[in-house]
Design a protein around this ligand. Structure first.
Ligand SMILES: C[S@@+](CC[C@H](N)C(=O)[O-])C[C@H]1O[C@@H](n2cnc3c(N)ncnc32)[C@H](O)[C@@H]1O
Length: 271
């Protein structure tokens, strides 16, 4: 779709240059004198603009959180709308607050992404689950809803969640300082990237002696609500995830936009 947009802009430029010879001539003769041509130029721009907006494939981002997944799709050219049961003031795109599984407006969308809550399957809640605490599990219901929609879909969750034949992605595949392994169930073919890079360890200046730098792990764990100490610094999390607009709580729920930007390369060919 990016290519189509580029071609369209190129076409408009070629049409204009062919018609008017040079930009200087155009400004002098057309903008300042020829009202009819000015109208024509404006029409081309408006029609072109509307075409560009209308031609962007529409993606519904269910269980959107503050938009980690959404940002990758947006960068790849999708027109994204987020749905979450909680208000998400930091969500960077169009947003609707409601229960994702009652979204009765899916007809206007080309593809659907869903990130149902993962607490029932992730390691950080294992102790609480062992103590008998129960967490919401919406994966089965979400799958039913998406299959029924008949649209290409992506369900994202932690790697231990019961997804069907998921493709696994992790930060090492994208040169990020997080591992954050996640599964992606799709009803279309999504290959995994074959590259996996070893990241250089992060160096931290010693508090006792600033001349000393201590070698830390190459990877941050973006989880928990601890103090802003080593491995819990929001600034490090933001760099590691490639997310600069979320607060501490939002970023612990998110996936790096690099994952969905990668997925988009394949998804966009289906619409
Ligand atoms: C794992 S987070 C999503 C993170 C997001 N994909 C990202 O990358 O930033 C799950 C979200 O589901 C939302 N949620 C839970 N139950 C929901 C429901 N029934 N309908 C809509 N959203 C719901 C939560 O408020 C939370 O923001």
């Amino acid at each position: 779709m990016g290519l189509i947009r580029l071609c369209l802009v190129g076409l408009i430029m070629v049409m204009l240059m062919g018609r008017v010879g040079s930009v200087g001539w155009f400004v002098r003769e057309v903008c300042l004198q020829d009202r009819w041509l000015l109208g024509w130029f404006r029409t081309v721009l408006i029609v072109g603009g509307v075409f560009v907006v209308m031609s962007s494939p529409k993606l519904l981002d269910l269980f959107s959180g503050a938009g980690g997944a959404a940002m990758g799709y947006h960068r790849a050219g999708f027109d994204v709308t987020g749905v979450d049961i909680c208000d998400q003031p930091n969500y960077p795109f169009r947003f609707v607050q409601r229960d994702a599984l009652t979204a009765r407006f899916i007809n206007g969308y080309d593809v659907i992404h869903a990130s149902p809550p993962c607490q029932n399957y992730c390691w950080s809640t294992a102790r609480h689950r062992a103590e008998g605490r129960e967490y919401l599990d919406l994966i089965g219901e979400t799958r039913e809803f998406l299959v029924e929609s008949g649209k290409p879909y992506v369900i994202e969750n932690v790697s231990t969640a019961p997804l069907r034949y998921p493709t696994f992605l992790e930060g090492t595949m994208f040169g990020l300082n997080v591992i954050r392994r996640r599964g992606f169930e799709t009803n279309w073919w999504l290959p995994a990237p074959d590259r996996r890079r070893r990241m250089k360890p992060i160096m931290q200046q010693s508090k006792r002696d600033p001349r000393i730098f201590i070698k830390k792990s190459a990877y941050c764990t973006v989880a928990g609500n601890g103090a802003d100490g080593w491995s819990c610094r929001l600034a490090d999390w933001r760099v590691a995830m490639g997310i600069d607009w979320m607060n501490r709580n939002e970023i612990t729920q998110a996936i790096p936009p690099a994952y969905t930007e990668y997925i988009s390369k394949y998804l966009i060919t289906l619409v």
